[in-house]
Design a protein around this ligand. Structure first.
Ligand SMILES: C[C@](O)(CO)[C@H](O)COP(=O)(O)OP(=O)(O)OC[C@H]1O[C@@H](n2ccc(N)nc2=O)[C@H](O)[C@@H]1O
Ligand SMILES: Nc1ncnc2c1ncn2[C@@H]1O[C@H](COP(=O)(O)OP(=O)(O)OP(=O)(O)O)[C@@H](O)[C@H]1O
Length: 363
């Protein structure tokens, strides 16, 4: 198949936060069965895909608003080496990256966007090529699912460009092959585009018609078995990303599966009423212990976040980023100002909101 319905498409790729993450079982295939609740937030990467008639993929990646600004916030020279937070002499693929290298996102087959594009070309039997540009805002190795979100939106974008966006169930299989977090992003409601800056002739990828009805999902299995979780409104977050990237494989490797895993059910229930202190009470992340053993700065960051008045402070995913919940956007803003004074340079402090449920998107 080589016919497309449009020549280019622009997609917003949201980050996620894990409000709850429990380890249920270590599996024989190297993964863990987990019980996790993920929420998509309005911190987004920007993906643009242009069809070209010659087969092949090209990928360009830049930081938004700029690599220079990010390196200033993190307190590193764009080309310098910085503290990794751990002395690691072991397997380099499991080591935390240096602050300089975490600004270097690969532009080849190591990038999940590239892998997703290749998988889509094969799946749809295309003899087309794709010119892809990716603007990154989501920190790397943060546990915020940036690469996974980019991969999911690449699958959706190419499916939309070739008129196969209704094929969501088979895309789900491709997504799960790329990574455990990828299917979550595939099923999200449309991401509103506040800028609305797509060039003329560009399709907007927010037309995901087969999307879930909630920006929150309960994920089980290794993370690919998904159910939407109703949420009574939007949550306000403050996120702190230290200048360190943590390897997901390494963090899982250092984790202990509890004898009696706890359930996300009370947390999921509390999301319906949006009572922040109740939500905070039921939050958990079982990957915290192995992450703080490698990146001891996480303890100091959590202490500052609690003191700034945030609730439910915890690590997201396998880290290195942590987040807390604020009562209002204004109190999130005030906490972020305080945290920047204490932690920056040397960390990036961001405010974000959970994505609106679809009904609110349309108003
Ligand atoms: C920590 C989370 O982000 C929470 O949402 C995810 O569980 C990680 O998802 P991901 O980054 O897509 O991870 P994958 O690329 O699938 O797996 C990376 C590595 O993490 C470990 N891994 C991942 C998911 C899982 N349920 N159990 C695991 O033990 C495995 O060693 C795996 O080789
Ligand atoms: N599109 C991409 N964006 C960012 N990093 C990518 C991408 N593709 C591959 N990578 C590589 O993968 C590493 C980790 O990616 P990512 O930032 O998504 O991890 P994470 O924050 O730990 O996510 P997760 O929550 O899924 O575990 C990066 O350090 C980078 O080298």
């Amino acid at each position: 198949m080589s016919k497309t319905n449009a020549s280019q498409i622009r997609m917003l790729c949201p980050a996620k936060l894990n409000l709850f993450l429990e380890l249920c079982k270590r599996r024989d295939d190297g993964y863990h069965d987990i019980d996790t609740v993920m929420v998509a937030i309005d911190l987004v990467d920007e993906l643009q895909i242009r069809v070209r008639q010659q087969p092949g993929i090209s990928l360009q990646v830049d930081w938004l608003p700029s690599r220079h600004e990010l390196s200033c916030q993190l307190g590193v020279e764009p080309s310098s080496k910085a503290a990794t937070g751990a002395d690691d002499q072991g397997d380099p693929s499991l080591a935390p990256e240096s602050a300089a290298s975490l600004l270097d996102i690969p532009c080849d087959e190591r990038n999940l966007v590239w892998r997703a594009a290749e998988a889509a070309v094969k799946h749809f039997g295309l003899d087309l090529g794709f010119e892809i540009t990716l603007g990154k805002r989501i920190p790397a190795g943060a546990g915020m699912g940036g690469a996974s979100s980019n991969a999911a939106m690449t699958l959706l974008a190419i499916a939309t460009l070739v008129g196969r966006q209704g094929d969501l169930d088979s895309l789900h299989g491709l997504a799960a092959d790329i990574g455990s977090d990828v299917p979550f992003f595939l099923r999200l409601p449309p991401v509103p585009d506040p800028a609305g800056t797509a060039p003329a002739g560009t399709r907007n990828g927010s037309e995901n018609s087969a999307a879930s009805i909630s920006p929150v999902a309960w994920a089980t299995g290794r993370g690919e078995v998904l159910q939407p979780v109703p949420i009574g409104g939007r949550l306000n977050f403050v996120i702190v990303y230290p200048a360190i990237a943590l390897s997901t494989a390494r963090i899982y490797q250092g984790a202990t599966v509890p004898d009696s895993p706890i359930s996300s059910a009370p947390l999921r229930k509390s999301l319906q009423t949006l009572a922040i202190s109740e939500i905070g009470q039921f939050m958990e992340n079982r990957l915290t212990e192995p992450a703080r053993k490698i990146a001891s700065r996480i303890d100091e960051i959590h202490e500052s976040m609690w003191q700034s008045g945030l609730k439910g402070v915890q690590l997201t995913g396998s880290g290195s980023a942590s987040f807390g919940i604020a009562d209002t956007p204004k109190s999130a803003g005030s906490a972020a100002v305080t945290l920047r004074q204490q932690l920056c340079p040397g960390a990036r402090v961001m405010t974000a909101c959970s994505l609106p449920p679809p009904a609110q998107t349309q108003t």
